[in-house]
Design a protein around this ligand. Structure first.
Ligand SMILES: Nc1ncnc2c1ncn2[C@@H]1O[C@H](COP(=O)(O)OP(=O)(O)O)[C@@H](O)[C@H]1O
Ligand SMILES: [Mg+2]
Length: 237
C-alpha cells in the first residue's frame, strides 16, 4: 500500500548538495507496524514527509494505494491525504489560536460536509462529539478548552495524536511521538498507537528512539548514510 522507488532527497547546504536520502526502495503492506530508526540527521523526518506527500522528492516516486503522488497537483495531493493519512509531527503543529477541541476538529471540518459543501447542524454536532471523545481517549477530556500555550509538551503531543486520529486514517505516520513525553505518558501514547494498529488495522509508520517500542514493530527500517541498511524482523516472543 506504500511504495517508494529510487526515493532521493537532496537539500542544498551552504551551496553544496546534501544528499539525505539516496535511492531508497521500500514497500509497506496494509496493516503493518513499521518502526523507522537511525541516528539524528539520518533523514527519518525527511522520509516520513516524503511518504506522506508533505514534501516532494528530488528524484524517485512514492505510490500510495496505487496512486503515484507525483501525478497529482498540490491540491489533489492534499485532498488525497485528508481521508487517508494522519500525521503526528515531532513539533506538534497545533494552531495556537484554536483550543485543543478546535484543533482536533480541523480535519473533521475539512471532510464532514454535505454534498453541496455546506456544513449541517447535525454534522457539526457529530464532529464535536467525536473530537471530545478523541480527547477523552488520550486522557485530555478536561483540557478541551485549553489553548496550546496552556498545555504541557506531553499534553500538546496528545492533542496532535487525537487530531491525527480524527478522520480514521488508514495510514498513520508518527515522528517520535513519545520523544517529548515522560515515561508514563509515553507508554500511554505508545499503547494508543499500537491499539490503533492492532484493532483498527491502521498502517503505522513510526520514527522512534525507544528500543522497546521499536521492538514491538513488525519490522525496523534503519536509515544510515541515506539508505535503509537494516530490516530487522520482530524479535521472537
Ligand atoms: N529543509 C531543509 N533544508 C536543508 N537541510 C535540511 C532540511 N530538512 C532537513 N535537512 C537536513 O537533512 C538531514 C536529515 O534531516 P532529518 O530528516 O530531519 O533527520 P532526522 O529526522 O533523522 O533527525 C539533516 O542533516 C538536516 O539538517
Ligand atoms: Mg527527525
Amino acid at each position: 500500500m506504500i511504495e517508494a522507488h529510487g526515493l532521493t532527497r537532496t537539500f542544498s547546504s551552504g551551496g553544496r548538495p546534501l544528499e539525505v536520502l539516496r535511492s531508497v526502495e521500500l514497500e509497506i503492506s496494509a496493516g503493518e507496524f513499521v518502526a523507522v530508526a537511525g541516528p539524528s540527521g539520518s533523514g527519518k523526518t525527511t522520509l516520513l514527509g516524503l511518504l506522506a506527500g508533505l514534501d516532494r522528492p528530488t528524484a524517485g516516486r512514492v505510490i500510495i494505494d496505487g496512486q503515484d503522488l507525483d501525478a497529482l497537483t498540490e491540491d489533489e495531493r492534499a485532498r488525497f491525504r485528508v481521508n487517508r493519512i494522519g500525521f503526528v509531527f515531532q513539533t506538534f503543529h497545533l494552531l495556537p489560536a484554536l483550543t485543543a477541541l478546535e484543533n482536533v476538529l480541523v480535519p473533521l471540518e475539512l471532510t464532514g460536509r454535505a454534498a453541496d459543501g455546506r456544513r449541517t447542524d447535525s454534522g457539526q454536532r457529530a464532529a464535536s462529539k467525536r473530537a471530545s471523545a478523541l480527547l477523552d481517549r488520550v486522557g485530555l477530556g478536561d483540557r478541551a478548552h485549553h489553548y496550546p500555550v496552556q498545555l504541557s509538551g506531553g499534553e500538546r503531543q496528545r492533542v496532535s495524536l487525537a487530531r491525527a486520529f480524527a478522520n480514521r486514517p488508514r495510514i498513520l505516520f508518527a515522528d517520535e511521538p513519545t520523544g517529548n513525553l515522560d515515561r508514563e505518558t509515553g507508554a500511554r501514547v505508545a499503547a494508543l498507537l499500537e491499539r490503533l494498529n492492532r484493532d483498527a488495522g491502521t498502517t503505522l509508520v513510526l520514527v522512534t528512539h525507544d528500543g522497546e517500542l521499536a521492538g514491538r514493530a513488525d519490522r525496523i527500517l534503519r536509515l544510515e548514510g541515506g539508505r535503509i541498511v537494516e530490516k530487522a524482523p520482530r524479535a521472537v516472543g
